[in-house]
Design a binder for this molecule. Structure first.
Ligand code: SAH
Length: 469
């Protein structure tokens, strides 16, 4: 190890920054975030440093650097663009035994500053030994995306209970298991959502109960339209913590790859006509698994609250007092629109957008036709491929012009995405000829014309004109 990492207490300690430019400003901010007493030596200051000096947040020594300014300093940063000055600061530090960092010059620095992920009190510092700062920054970006924003709050919350948990669980192993279930379960979720009251109540309950069985919970997670890059951070984190994952046909295999390796996976089916498990059984299964203390992720294609029966599933959980959370996902209409180059609204073509299901109920498609056939409106039909003929006919019968542009997008956002365009009159034919199958969305409206110029992801098969791009 070339450098010894430490976290230094600087509250109220005198620190010197030599230089008054943007780089110096960044270092001053950093030192101020640790509440150091900062002095800046420079003949000129950028506006923000001037303001800080004016407000008494830092002390400004107006002039040039000289060695005696180091006296009494705990830490020094040289941030001028004059290498001779920087060298002089480094040398003065060496003689007086005070650590000096010269920005971007590890060779003459006695310490270097790491890239930081700040979730105070949790702080992660990382360094590549000054050699490849860009690499450290890239790593930091990854960590930033992995660590929830509320993690600092969680660290603070846990610290408040440290002594009591220690007293309650004499056995180190029991204490570890307790903390794991707290830091990855409903208590942590409540803290990170800013609900300290609920978190404290749950913590008290857990500390008081003799039974150390972890509390289960159900996470109703929107997995997006299929492309794993379109998952939310929250969805990914929960998938990597889950004990059990319930998924159905709409969840692409690439997404299941991201689930924690030793999590149990349960397929609960859902082909439109023959549900592998009736909805009521899925609901009961989730209740039972959570009551066993397991963290259950119910993965749903798209968004759980958009034609996803998410509401019904959590009603059952609520009735049984099971803690649950809903994680939104990108609904397939948004995914298909973006990846097929069909904006759902557009100032020239569509002022509103409506999502409907083309699923038959009691053998007929029961929709509000006068509302759906209004001009300057985009209609997106979920689950409409098998009823496309009936749908398109009804649109025309209720007054929508037969030549209205229409598209069908199959497996939107995935490597298998296919878009075929036509008109209300031709679409059913087009769907049959191209063998388009579920999952696919039908998009109806003038905006479909834009795909010709705006599609960027996959080839569009258009009827009757063929476009190549
Ligand atoms: N909750 C989901 C919708 C479930 S209903 C969501 O928000 O997207 C199932 C219907 O969604 C399918 O019949 C199909 O119309 C549509 N769908 C889901 N994923 C799709 C995809 N990748 N491409 C096209 N349509 C999709």
């Amino acid at each position: 190890m070339d450098y010894f990492p430490i976290f230094m207490k600087l509250r109220g300690e005198p620190c010197l920054v030599v230089g008054g430019g943007e780089v110096a400003l960044r270092k001053v901010r950093l030192l101020r975030s640790a509440e150091a007493a900062v002095t800046v030596v420079a003949p000129e200051l950028v506006a923000e440093l001037r303001a800080m000096a004016g407000a008494g947040e830092i002390r400004h020594v107006d002039g040039r650097f000289s060695g005696e300014q180091l006296a009494g300093m705990r830490l020094v940063v040289a941030a001028t663009d004059d290498r001779r000055v920087n060298l002089a600061v480094a040398e003065a530090g060496r003689v007086q035994g005070i650590p000096v960092n010269v920005v971007d010059d590890p060779d003459i620095s006695s310490y270097i500053t790491p890239a930081i992920v700040d979730r105070s009190p949790l702080v992660i510092a990382l360094s590549t030994g000054g050699g490849v700062p860009v690499l450290a920054r890239l790593l930091r970006a990854r960590l930033e995306s992995l660590i929830p924003a509320g993690f600092g709050r969680l660290a603070g919350f846990a610290a408040r209970f440290r002594d009591r948990v220690k007293a309650r669980f004499g056995d180190v192993e029991a204490r570890r298991i307790f903390w794991e279930s707290v830091l990855e379960g409903p208590v942590a979720d409540a803290v990170m959502l800013g609900n300290d009251e609920a978190a404290c109540a749950e913590m008290e309950k857990r500390l008081a109960s003799a039974d150390d069985k972890p509390t289960g919970a159900v996470y109703l997670v929107g997995a997006g339209p299929g492309n794993p890059d379109l998952l939310t951070f929250r969805a990914l984190r929960l998938m990597q913590q889950a004990d059990v994952v319930l998924y159905d046909k709409l969840v692409a295999p690439e997404l299941l790859e991201l689930v924690r390796r030793d999590a149990e996976r349960i397929y609960v089916g859902k082909a439109r006509a023959n549900h592998a498990l009736p909805q009521e059984d899925i609901n009961q299964l989730m209740v039972r698994l959570a009551q066993e203390g397991r963290r259950v992720v119910r993965l749903k294609g798209g968004d759980p609250f958009t034609f996803g029966r998410g509401g019904e599933e959590i009603e059952t959980l609520a009735a049984h007092g099971i803690p649950f959370e809903v994680v939104p996902g990108i609904t397939s209409a948004s995914g298909a629109a973006a990846y097929a180059g069909i904006p759902l609204t557009h100032r020239d073509y569509a002022q509103s957008v409506v999502f409907v299901t083309g699923h038959r109920k009691d053998d007929s498609i029961d929709l509000d036709w006068p509302a759906l056939t209004r001009p300057e409106q985009t209609v997106v039909v979920y689950m409409g491929v098998s009823t496309a003929r009936e749908l398109c006919d009804a649109f025309i019968a209720h007054g929508k012009p037969a030549e209205t542009p229409a598209a069908v997008v199959e497996w939107a956002t995935t490597a298998r995405q296919r878009t075929v365009t036509g008109t209300l009159a031709s679409l059913p034919e087009v769907i049959a000829r191209h063998g388009v199958q579920s999952p696919a969305l039908i998009i109806i409206g003038e905006v479909v014309k834009l795909a010709e110029t705006l599609s960027w992801y996959r080839r569009i098969e258009s009827e009757p004109v063929t476009i190549r791009n």
